[in-house]
Design a protein. Sequence first.
Length: 286
Amino acid sequence: MDTKSQDGLKISYLSKEVCVCPVCEESFKREELLSGSGRLNAGELTDELHRLYVPSARYGSVYPLVYQATVCPNCWFASMEADFEKLPKDMFQEAAALSGERKEEAALICPDTDFTKPRTLAAGAVSQYLVMRCYDYYKSDMSPTIKRGVAALRAGWLLDELDEKEKGLHYDWLAVLFKKKASFFYSEALKREHVGTETLSAMINLGPDSDKNYGYEGVLYVEGLLQYKYGNTNNAEYRSAALNEIKRNLAKMFGIGKSSKSKPGPLLEKSRALYDAISKELNEFD
């Protein structure tokens, strides 16, 4: 059941630890990505803080995010790995009842998904969709809103990759749709954190990708970037107010300096680039 490259070289393996689904009690083993031997060659960091990887001669294209979500192969309940067995007991019945609905909706992304088989790029995108959907079953102390935002953004990235490989199947449209979802959840998570109804602290690694944790400042940056790229552009007054708020948040990061360990250089550089882009658009409003 190991995932293999085009040359038959192993990319993944099944973990020794057995997972038990809290919803349907199915037992299964997680598929994990093998590391080393040149499987992953880090490439560019995008403006969305997504790490791209350069295909290797031996293994071809490898996508770490494909393996991040834990998905029950029977009922398709899913979450980030650390939260899989932490679903509140009073949500078991609802999560079980909505299994068919999850599968039907996921089929709209990729109708041939099968989580009993090695993960494909399409299955990875579906897995992140399922994570986004299933955190609706978690309580506020588990930081479900920001986790839904991260999952939506990761789904968008994997759909971008699918669109590169399979043009004309509208994966590009789906990618933008998920990034708009991510924008909503990021904004909502920060609002809830501000008023004290939900914290971000239950998500130890705020990502947004799996290779680096950009912390709270990364959340502020990504929320601003997603609003800038995918937010409402029909109402000029609303747009102007939103962009000015993003500028204020970004400006708070500029006075810290590149040497600060909590605010890595790449984040500052990309924040400044976003700040300049927003300033240019606001000048056009004026």
